[in-house]
Design a protein around this ligand. Structure first.
Ligand code: ATP
Ligand code: MG
Length: 350
């Protein structure tokens, strides 16, 4: 459950404070559009914080997970570059962290087959994230690839022995499958000396594990309700002006009863590093117009430097590709080593 995952995350935060170097971070995004504020407060901010604290950090561009969206694959290269630029703009440092694409590391697909043998079809099918993705995909029927997502992600996380995955709430069920696969692999293939090949990775949730979009649903790139990291100040103002609120004039923070208003309050509070209850209280009788003014200013202020940096980086059209190619080579070298270990454990190195 969410409460349990939040408690676990609090415990992990204590361990990060004590020994950040014991963590290997793997996380990523589908190149289905610009990264948005939900990503930032749900996962990106934690990536940068952990990188800066000294944890080995791997950032995946999950391009094979975008193959089920036909309109996305048409401009895939462009979207991949955009995703890399977003990561660099928020502070991912290519000298310390590895940014790579799934498609450039064939060893990931070599891991996928043994991993798929460790989960049942019902286990894959009842995964709520898969169900949700299916519900939102425009396809009439579901491809085989869609069902492999959780096993696919297990390979992405485990190839580099990732033990901590900064994600939003929607990814928790996927991570459970990864833990299951790691556990079952280690049991079935104890390996030479009985040393477990894979860690059982933990999710790291932030204080905003599910940021809502301007329509009151989960902020998502593919649902037209997102404020992009790279949006201009004017675009931001326009999007927030159009955001859903409710008919009660007095502004309060009550996520259960008033999700749309509360998500705007939360967004301002996150940008200002303040408590949402206090922020709501200060707006009080100012109503939705005052709330939207506060949110717009807070977002534009908070992201001004990141947006300027992104524009600067985008001025060199080859740079994102260069970073990605270098990251792919580094990821691949690690994947080759892991695959050898897997082969030793499974007895398939002849
Ligand atoms: P898509 O609509 O294409 O699935 P998305 O907006 O859901 O896009 P993903 O690439 O699927 O983005 O997710 C990337 C990461 O960001 C995941 O760890 C996910 O949990 C997190 N994330 C996505 N949306 C939110 C959100 N609204 N709040 C918090 N975290 C989020
Ligand atoms: Mg998603």
């Amino acid at each position: 459950s969410l409460a349990a995952a939040l408690r676990r995350s609090a415990g992990i935060e204590r361990r990060i404070g004590e020994d950040p170097h014991s963590f290997r971070i793997l996380t990523g995004d589908r190149p289905t559009g610009d990264l948005h504020l939900g990503h930032y407060f749900g996962s990106l901010r934690n990536r940068v914080r952990l990188q800066d604290a000294g944890a080995a950090t791997f950032i995946l561009v999950a391009d094979y997970q975008a193959l089920t969206d036909r309109d996305v694959t048409e401009r895939l290269g462009e979207r991949v570059d955009g995703l890399v630029l977003d990561q660099l703009a928020i502070g991912i440092d290519p000298a310390r962290s590895v940014i790579f694409a799934h498609s450039a590391v064939p060893e990931l697909n070599q891991l996928l087959l043994p991993f798929l043998s460790l989960v049942t079809v019902p286990e894959l099918g009842r995964n709520p994230t898969v169900k949700d993705e299916i519900a939102h995909s425009r396809q009439a029927s579901v491809s085989g690839l869609m069902f492999t997502y959780p096993a696919h992600q297990a390979a992405d996380i485990l190839f580099c022995k990732g033990n901590l995955v900064p994600v939003g709430q929607d990814q928790l069920p996927h991570l459970e499958v990864t833990r299951l696969i790691a556990r079952r692999f280690n049991e079935r293939y104890p390996g030479p000396g009985g040393v477990a090949v894979f860690p059982e990775p933990d999710a790291l949730l932030s204080n905003a594990p599910l940021l809502l979009g301007t329509d009151g649903g989960k902020m998502s790139k593919s649902r037209g309700n997102a404020i992009a990291l790279r949006a201009t100040a004017d675009e931001t103002a326009r999007l927030i002006r159009g955001a859903r609120t409710d008919p009660i004039r007095h502004i309060s923070y009550d996520p259960e009863a008033r999700p749309a208003v509360s998500s705007l309050v939360l967004l301002a509070a996150l940008c200002l590093d303040r408590d949402p209850v206090t922020v709501a209280h200060e707006i009080g009788g100012g109503g939705a117009a005052a709330l939207k003014r506060v949110v717009t200013e807070a977002v534009n202020e908070r992201f001004a430097a990141i947006r300027a940096r992104r524009t600067e980086l985008a001025a060199d059209p080859g740079y994102a590709r260069e970073v990605l190619r270098d990251g792919c080579a580094r990821a691949r070298a690690i994947a080759v080593d892991t695959l050898e270990e897997v082969g030793d454990a499974m007895g398939t190195r002849y």
